[in-house]
Design a protein around this ligand. Structure first.
Ligand code: ATP
Length: 488
């Protein structure tokens, strides 16, 4: 008998304690070699003054065990409370959100009985950095940050996940026809890494058509890898399509720590009644068992659970014509799964975590993704975008003012408003706000220095121009590091 693996467990709020107790009962009966350490998170912690819903000492357990099985929590109403999930993800570097979305037809009603896909969502970057500013009276901005190491980690994770779970295809979804630099990087990294997994089919879809196809033909997808915001939306669509949000698990994976949870919330409307479905959390625990190297137990529990569902043992929210008897409560459902440990489903597809897949790679340990940092590029400063707040001004007048104030080392090249070029040769029909992006470059293409930019800013501000911010224009190893504007 191998040693017990310590895991951190939070019973959470609402239905959390009921579904956690049911889940732990099944794990124990199945022989999971785990030693749970319980921590307090959620409502009580928020109300005790911990703004992220977690007490400082709870972090010690998470750092020690590096594995977190988490029940849903309730975030109190009102301001000042931060999302516990976002805090945990960012603090512990949980870069991959992995969400399997599977149909269990005919036992769970769905329009898409063949659906069996996994969404691998980048979890740390994109528009979720929380870097937002109001820049003018009319304009607000949110920074979208996409990094090469972030893309490499998530894309490689998706391929490793596919390989280890015997999945055949990885689809990348981005909007790089518009966001050529940020989403373009994600797509490029996908294309760079894909050839290292020749046994896996790959495709790229623009996110809008990709989402549409997911909604209408989810069975054509296997693994989907995508940046944070698209992944957030896609994974809710996909979970909904399976017919029951109550059955879906998710994992948040980092280099050091991983967190496993159901995708649903704390369901206060049914809390304390003992009727909640523990399946989402139980299937999250199955993912956890695979992660900590106990695939045999994971397989036993998952197959017993599938058999339970197809035997018609259903909690209230799934109860229907294929259900047996009265709706099962959370604990009775857990006991029904325990009775079936060692059995496999007869109609639903059984899972297989222990046997080697077609390529001989058994999924017995957590996926570790290593990113090679590149040598820095030769970076050359070639100009600056100066963002200006100016109300009730026409582009030609603004250009005249800027040209008159500009220093000899930097000349005004163009002005855009919300990305549309309005000078030179703008259209009078273009609607303009009070937010102008004014591009300055060296008149003869000569090198630009930071001092040149500071000099320009001094001249502009001294002339009464309200500069909001600047973005340096650089080349990296001779390659342009900025968009040309207007979606180019
Ligand atoms: P949150 O903002 O925390 O996600 P919510 O109320 O929007 O909360 P849920 O808590 O997921 O979302 O609940 C949505 C609905 O689904 C509720 O009617 C709830 O009773 C039901 N529900 C959620 N989880 C379960 C479950 N495990 N078993 C049965 N019903 C559930």
């Amino acid at each position: 008998m191998s040693e017990l693996t310590p895991i951190t467990v939070a019973r959470g709020d609402g239905i959390g304690p009921e579904i956690m107790d049911a889940t732990l009962r099944v794990l124990q009966a199945a022989g999971a070699r785990i030693a749970p350490e319980f921590i307090e998170i959620g409502q009580q912690q928020y109300l005790a003054g911990h703004s992220s819903g977690i007490a400082p000492e709870a972090w010690d357990s998470l750092r020690r065990t590096k594995v977190f099985l988490k029940a849903p929590i309730t975030t109190p109403q009102g301001g000042g409370f931060k999302s516990l999930n976002v805090t945990i993800r960012k603090t512990l570097g949980l870069y991959a959100n992995v969400r399997p979305c599977v149909s269990y037809a005919p036992f769970v009603r769905t329009l898409h009985p063949q659906m069996n896909l996994v969404i691998v969502r980048e979890n740390e970057e994109d528009l979720y950095a929380g870097i937002e500013h109001r820049q003018t009276d009319e304009v607000y901005q949110c920074l979208k940050l996409i990094t090469r190491p972030g893309c490499e980690k998530i894309v490689r994770y998706a391929f490793e996940y596919a390989r280890r779970h015997g999945r055949k295809k990885v689809t990348c979804m981005t909007k790089d026809n518009i966001m050529k630099m940020t989403d373009g990087l994600f797509h490029r990294v996908f294309d760079e890494i894909a050839p290292q997994y020749p046994e896996i089919e790959t495709e790229h879809l623009i996110i809008d058509i990709g989402a549409a196809r997911l909604a209408t033909r989810p069975e054509r997808f296997d693994v989907i890898v995508t940046p944070n915001l698209y992944g957030d939306i896609l994974s809710d669509i996909a979970a909904e399509l399976t017919g029951s949000v109550g059955l879906a698990p998710s994992a948040n994976i980092g280099d050091h720590v991983a967190m496993f949870e159901a995708i649903h919330g704390s369901a206060p409307d049914i809390a304390g009644k003992g009727i909640a479905n523990p399946s989402g959390l139980l299937l999250a625990a199955v993912m956890m068992l695979v992660h900590i190297g106990q695939p045999a137990v994971a397989e036993t529990v998952h197959n017993a659970w599938l058999r339970t569902i197809e035997d018609g043992v259903h909690t209230a929210e799934l109860h229907g014509s294929l259900s047996i008897g009265r709706p099962f409560g959370s604990m009775d459902f857990a006991d029904a799964v325990i009775e079936r440990l060692g059995q496999r489903p007869e109609q639903l597809a059984a899972v297989r975590y222990t046997q080697a897949d077609a390529r001989g790679a058994a999924p017995t340990a957590a996926i570790q993704v290593k990113v090679q940092r590149r040598a820095p590029a030769v970076k050359t400063l070639v100009g600056v975008d100066v963002f200006v707040h100016a109300a009730d001004v026409n582009p030609d007048a603004l250009a005249g003012q800027l040209c008159a104030l500009a220093t000899p080392s930097l000349a005004l090249q163009m002005i855009t408003n919300r990305g549309v070029k309005v000078w030179p040769a703008g259209f009078p029909e273009t609607f303009c706000t009070d937010h102008w992006r004014c591009r300055f470059v060296a008149p003869q293409g000569q090198a630009v220095t930071h001092a040149d930019i500071v000099g320009l800013l001094q001249a502009l501000t001294a002339g009464g121009v309200d500069v909001i911010k600047t973005e340096n224009l650089c080349t990296f190893d001779g390659e342009r590091g900025y968009a040309l504007g207007q979606g180019q």
